[in-house]
Design a protein around this ligand. Structure first.
Ligand SMILES: [Zn+2]
Length: 481
């Protein structure tokens, strides 16, 4: 029996307007290189940092949502190292006393409750970015450029205890964390743009041999899917080593997106000597209970709470609730449709499949969709009155999205009303029976499958608009007599 032990370190970029310690814009992803910099974030002599109040507010919000204990006094410290993308020669972080500790996040994995403890959350500033020209790998590059826009962009680092016991759990945890930070409006949660970054530690315990593997760190995981894939790859690699009686190196590895595998980056040094010391230019951060309580009262409903409430109030399956709750706007829309139509299960089916597919395919947000609650109200009405079949409704849906027109209007314009007229359908079936007496004979001899031939004939004649239930009933009745 092998037990998997995973811990995560997540860097989340706070979506404040300005940087952590200066007034440069913090929204730098699409800016031209080195256009959002100043003496403070590029470490010019004599420039002094001033703490951005929003950074504290956002960090406290995240910490409360992750059930952490907030420290009324925390400190800023310097993490010293040399790298070209770090002109100051140090990052400001919270090493000795972080802003928050001892939290947790609870979620369900395959129906089982899971609790992952959060060891600490601290505020820190980001470093710049190197661009190696001519190649992605430094060795083949002909030159390197540095973009300091990201220097001083505020981050929180969230460190979990090693409570995660499978790659799948790691992915679910990351998705819930993203949804939580998004609901709080403190981080865009966009892994592809580097707004949420994840490093994972993994080791394997052989329960029978009572032996544990060395711990491997995987860096540079830039999508939710790859969190799971990279850890699955590592788990296999470590188990293979244990089974052959050896062990893996204690090292840092990087996930190679193109090759779908991890490769060695560097062997893990004992503890990097960053010569941490208290930041002399910033006083300790002191918070009052009143301030924390004020922020606590302002917290929105969090994804996990929302999932539980949607299941309770609308009686929809937990899976549906999880999909809907991952986007606050979609969840709100679902609630409106469910209330207006009085049919929550049908509402969640349509929103989860048809609506979310259209949103993803078009790469737009729900807000920009021409589909409103009223569209669903009228669509459900048409289905209930059997004016259209489900099949026709699904054909209509993309046209509704395209044109913004109401379904009843489209049905009229395109003559898509369902045909439930028994006399008309009987007429078509009788005609088809007359044209093909051999098929009728086959049916009477026990080949019930030829029913499909006659149903098909009716559908062809009516251009798919015949009511399937009526067609079925008429075809069976006429063939039996
Ligand atoms: Zn600046």
């Amino acid at each position: 029996m092998y037990r998997t032990v995973i811990g995560l370190e997540i860097h989340a970029q706070l979506s404040t307007k300005t940087k952590a310690f200066c007034s440069c814009s913090a929204d730098v992803f699409e800016l031209e290189a080195n256009t959002a910099i100043c003496p403070v974030c590029t470490g010019q002599p004599g420039a002094l940092p001033v703490l951005n109040e929003s950074v504290v507010e956002y960090a406290v919000k995240a910490a409360l949502a992750l059930n952490c204990k907030i420290n009324l006094k925390s400190t800023f410290d310097r993490k010293n190292y040399f790298y070209p993308d770090l002109p100051k020669g140090y990052q400001i972080t919270q090493y000795f006393t972080p802003i928050a500790e001892n939290g947790f996040l609870k979620f369900k994995v395959d129906g089982e409750e899971k609790k992952v403890r959060i060891r600490r959350i601290h505020i820190e500033e980001d470093a710049g970015k190197m661009i190696h020209q001519g190649s992605d790998s430094i060795s083949e590059a002909t030159g390197s450029l540095v973009n300091l826009n990201r220097c001083g962009v505020p981050l929180i680092e969230i460190v979990t205890e090693p409570d995660i016991s499978s790659p799948k759990e790691a992915r679910i945890f990351m998705e819930l964390l993203r949804d939580t930070l998004r609901a709080l409006d403190v981080c865009s949660g966009d892994m592809e743009k580097g707004a949420l970054r994840c490093d994972a530690n993994i080791s394997i315990v052989d329960e029978e041999a009572k032996k544990a593997s060395n711990r491997v760190e995987v860096k540079n995981i830039n999508s939710f899917k790859f969190v799971e894939k990279a850890l699955e790859f590592e788990r296999e690699r470590i188990i293979k080593a244990l089974e052959s009686g050896s062990n893996v190196e204690k090292e840092t590895r990087t996930w190679n997106f193109a090759k779908r595998e991890t490769s060695s980056m560097r062997s893990k040094e004992e503890e990097n000597d960053y010569r941490y010391f208290p930041e002399p230019d910033l006083p300790p951060l002191r918070l009052t209970r009143k301030y924390i309580e004020m922020i606590e009262r302002s917290l929105p409903e969090l994804p996990q709470e929302k999932i539980e409430r949607l299941v309770r109030e609308y009686g929809i399956p937990e899976y549906d609730a999880t999909v809907l709750a991952s986007d606050g706007e979609v969840a709100r829309f679902f609630e409106d449709v469910a209330k207006r139509t009085g049919n929550p299960k049908e509402a969640s089916n349509w929103i989860m499949t048809e609506l979310l597919r259209e949103i993803n395919q078009r790469g737009i947000s729900l807000r920009d969709m021409p589909i409103k609650v009223e569209h669903f109200v009228r669509l459900f009405e048409l289905l209930k009155q059997e004016t259209i079949s489900v099949k026709i409704a699904k054909e209509l849906f993309p046209i509704m999205v395209e044109t913004g027109k109401f379904p009843d209007q489209l049905v009229k314009e395109r003559g898509m009303e369902q045909i439930s007229d028994k006399n008309l359908i009987e007429e078509i079936v009788l005609k088809a029976m007359k044209a093909n007496p051999k098929a009728v004979q086959q049916y009477k001899e026990g080949k019930k499958g030829v029913m499909g031939y006659f149903i098909g004939a009716v559908m062809k004649e009516t251009k798919g608009k015949a009511n399937p239930a009526v067609v079925n009933e008429v075809v069976r009745r006429l063939l039996e007599t």
